[in-house]
Design a protein around this ligand. Structure first.
Ligand code: SF4
Length: 359
């Protein structure tokens, strides 16, 4: 058996232990009976960009790829809309979301080639990494029950530049201003990608993180799409397991009012510290004598799905009835046939994309 801690689990553990205790697959594993909220355009754009950057199609004419990118957006938006129960998503809201997404992707396709100084290697790829035990050098962390601990997450995009340096890239849809540079420097999820990847793909060191920020208002709805720009051909020497370099500017940002690309190099000491922090947090989360308590804070509680039982528990009462009525055990994660990054097919240059499920 393995004790898997996902990046979202780690975030929840640090945000509010009560919320984490109720929601985590490693704890009570409850989810609200009511459906998820409105359509997540961020997820839909990520799904579309997984096709845009699909390695097998990277050298295809962009006018062939562009309709496939839009199809991926449609598939994601309509799939999410189907999952909404209750009043559902009305047709107008669905169409508005699709129009916004298409406008944004058209504008992105005109801009991205000016900053895509790399070749994509993997998109939307899941990984699992063992965590070294700081107390026992050479050993991996195990739970008190002896289960191996694994850290899990999904990398949006892995790419290689002309210096044979590997980068992990995160797509972000931004509704307000760009992220503060310090917040990006401290972003533990993507630092953990850099730390974990060389363990998943032995020896493939990551040079740093790239934040691909896209403003949600980018592009004009209704404007006809221009012919998508050709991306640059970036020639690299090898495809695998070359140590990354950390020389050069630590942080570099460029962009427009609608898009920003920020590169941050991550050094060995930074990644080692990230691994040690992760080990300490996971040791605490997996311990048998962990205290569970709420961490009420307006910004955190506002988006929490466990407020009703939390209020009951805060009054010192039994929340069992509320949990039975409004929550259910989360089923195992479904295997998504044909998901990009599921990696049972070749993703190298020239490889055809998988057959996506037909909705
Ligand atoms: S409502 Fe707030 S305090 Fe309660 S579980 Fe949710 S996040 Fe934690």
């Amino acid at each position: 058996m393995a004790y898997r801690i996902h990046a979202s689990d780690r975030t929840a553990f640090k945000r509010c232990r009560r919320e984490w205790d109720l929601s985590s697959r490693n704890r009570r594993n409850l989810e609200p009976v009511s459906s998820p909220g409105p359509i997540d355009l961020t997820q839909a754009v990520r799904d579309a960009l997984a096709v845009y950057y699909f390695p097998g199609m990277w050298e295809w004419d962009r006018s062939i790829v562009s309709p496939l990118v839009h199809q991926a957006l449609d598939r994601s938006v309509r799939g999410q809309a189907k999952a909404v129960t209750g009043d559902g998503v009305d047709d107008q809201a669905l169409q508005e979301t699709l129009d916004r997404g298409r406008a944004l992707l058209n504008a992105y396709a005109a801009w991205a080639p000016t900053v895509d100084h790399f070749t994509p290697i993997r998109v939307d790829t899941d990984f699992e990494a063992n965590i070294s035990d700081p107390a026992t050098p050479g050993s991996n962390l195990v739970t008190p029950a002896g289960d191996e601990v694994r850290y899990c997450d999904r990398v949006d995009l892995l790419a290689i530049d002309s210096d044979d340096a590997y980068w992990v890239i995160q797509h972000r849809l931004v509704t307000n201003g760009w992220a503060d540079h310090d917040a990006l420097q401290l972003d533990e999820r993507t630092i953990a990608w850099c730390w974990a990847w060389p363990q998943f793909y032995l020896g493939m060191q990551i040079t740093g993180t790239v934040y691909n920020e896209i403003h949600a208002d980018a592009g004009d709805v209704g404007a006809s799409a221009t012919h998508p720009a050709r991306h640059q051909q970036v020639h690299h020497r090898r495809m695998y397991a070359r140590p990354g370099t950390v020389s050069g500017e630590r942080l570099h940002a460029e962009g427009t009012d609608d898009f920003r690309r920020t590169l941050i190099r991550r050094g060995e000491a930074e990644l080692a510290a990230a691994g040690a922090d992760l080990a300490a947090e996971v040791s605490a989360a997996a311990s048998t004598d962990l205290d569970i308590y709420p961490s009420p804070e307006r910004g955190i509680c506002a988006r929490c799905s466990y407020r009703p039982p939390c209020v009951i528990l805060n009054q010192g009462e039994d929340a069992t009835a509320e949990l039975s009525k409004s929550y259910r055990h989360r089923p195992p994660e479904p295997v998504q046939e044909g998901r990009l990054g599921g990696v049972t097919w070749s993703m190298n240059r020239g490889a055809a994309p998988p057959r996506w499920p037909i909705k």
